[in-house]
Design a protein around this ligand. Structure first.
Ligand SMILES: CC(C)(COP(=O)(O)OP(=O)(O)OC[C@H]1O[C@@H](n2cnc3c(N)ncnc32)[C@H](O)[C@@H]1OP(=O)(O)O)[C@@H](O)C(=O)NCCC(=O)NCCS
Length: 139
């Protein structure tokens, strides 16, 4: 049975493995050892993990900044895809965001990852005509 729960420290190794499998080209700042402690300092109950028989099979990291909600690190183990785990994770994140007052959720998809657009469309997300910009700050 699939369970979705808030991240616990003993999950780190498996979450790291999942993210390396799902996001092999991500920069070092997105690796578990960096991103998890940073997330645990802000809305730790919005780092959600799907498990099956105790094994980590998926994640979603959500955040609400008081204006918009955002989703990151949406990932399901390759061996467990197309079983509704991604849908379940997003549903739980949406519920938790709504509970704290969020009325609009955004997410970004890399242009090289267009295949995943079908997944989000299926869950009610629409492509919005925006130019996404970003800048790395700090050390
Ligand atoms: C995207 C991802 C999280 C989907 O997880 P999943 O557990 O396989 O998704 P679900 O089984 O809940 O899929 C729900 C529905 O979305 C759609 N869908 C899922 N994957 C899809 C794909 N690759 N292409 C098109 N539609 C897809 C289907 O309609 C599916 O329903 P169906 O299986 O009944 O047809 C998973 O493919 C993944 O981890 N990909 C690599 C990481 C990634 O790119 N993350 C997104 C970063 S923006």
């Amino acid at each position: 049975m699939i369970r979705v729960e808030a991240y616990r420290p003993e999950m780190e190794t498996q979450v790291d493995a999942l993210w390396r499998e799902a996001f092999p080209d991500d920069p070092p700042r997105n690796r578990a050892a960096v991103a998890i402690p940073a997330k645990l300092a802000f809305q730790p109950d919005l780092l959600l993990v799907a498990t099956e028989d105790g094994a980590v099979v998926g994640t979603v990291m959500a955040g609400y900044d008081g204006h918009r909600g955002w989703l990151y690190a949406v990932a399901v183990r390759r061996s467990h895809r197309r079983r509704g785990i991604g849908r379940t994770l997003i549903g739980e994140a949406e519920e938790r965001l709504a509970k704290i007052g969020c009325t609009k959720i955004n997410l970004q998809v890399r242009a090289t990852n267009e295949a995943v657009v079908g997944f989000y469309r299926d869950l009610g997300y629409a492509v919005e005509e925006r130019i996404s910009m970003g800048k790395a700050v700090g050390s």
